[in-house]
Design a protein around this ligand. Structure first.
Ligand SMILES: [Ca+2]
Ligand SMILES: [Ca+2]
Length: 206
């Protein structure tokens, strides 16, 4: 019985984090556009691509491998998308607890804007560094909800410098029709234990 209780405890603990999703962007190819590669996770991108630039000390904040940058356009650096042509992440369902690591953030800064389902700005977060921002890797975040899209860009153009994005994380927002997973697991727990007891009895009788 003890091992069943341990198993059940582990299942319940895991269920509390079942909605957390993190994308490290390490599963693409350098320079390849990012569009619907993560659609199974409920998110699609526009004006986005993978990039393998290595920022100094990025490992200290858990970043590495490939990162997220913009596709850019004429006269625009892929590391410095502006508000008129931002990277966009669009979600199939409302999300909350959004965060992403901004790497190598200098004088031009890094900004995220969170929008609801009808395009109303819910929240923003931004950070600025000095000069080229080497070793400045802030986490940008929003706990507003439900967020349906996020824009990513560098708000200023005071110097020639850019930045990258890595390790995007979000959870599904609490929606009216959502069934809380821990409650559902508790409903099944007595049946599961009962079933295991029946199997044990059958085994002892045999
Ligand atoms: Ca990465
Ligand atoms: Ca920079």
């Amino acid at each position: 019985m003890k091992k069943y209780i341990i198993l059940l405890t582990a299942l319940l603990a895991a269920s509390f984090n079942v909605n957390a999703t993190t994308i490290d962007f390490n599963d693409g190819l350098d320079g390849q556009s990012i569009t619907n590669q993560y659609s199974a996770l409920g998110v699609n991108f526009s004006n986005a691509r993978y990039d393998d630039f290595i920022s100094p000390d990025e490992a200290l904040v858990g970043a590495g491998g490939l990162k997220l940058v913009s596709n850019g356009d004429a006269g625009q650096d892929i590391y410095s998308p502006k508000v008129g042509n931002p990277i966009v992440a669009t979600f199939d369902f409302g999300i909350t607890d959004f965060s992403i690591r901004a790497l190598n953030v200098g004088a031009n800064g890094a900004r995220i804007e969170a929008y609801d389902a009808v395009g109303t700005l819910l929240d923003f977060d931004e950070q600025f560094g000095t000069s080229t921002g080497t070793d400045n890797h802030p986490l940008l975040a929003s706990s507003s909800q439900p967020i349906f899209s996020i824009l990513f860009f560098t708000p200023l153009s005071v110097t020639i410098e850019g930045m990258l994005w890595d390790n995007m994380s979000f959870t599904a927002a609490n929606m009216p029709n959502a069934v809380p997973v821990p409650a559902a697991a508790l409903l099944f727990a007595p049946a599961l234990l009962g079933f295991m007891g029946m199997r044990r009895k059958a085994k002892n009788a045999a």
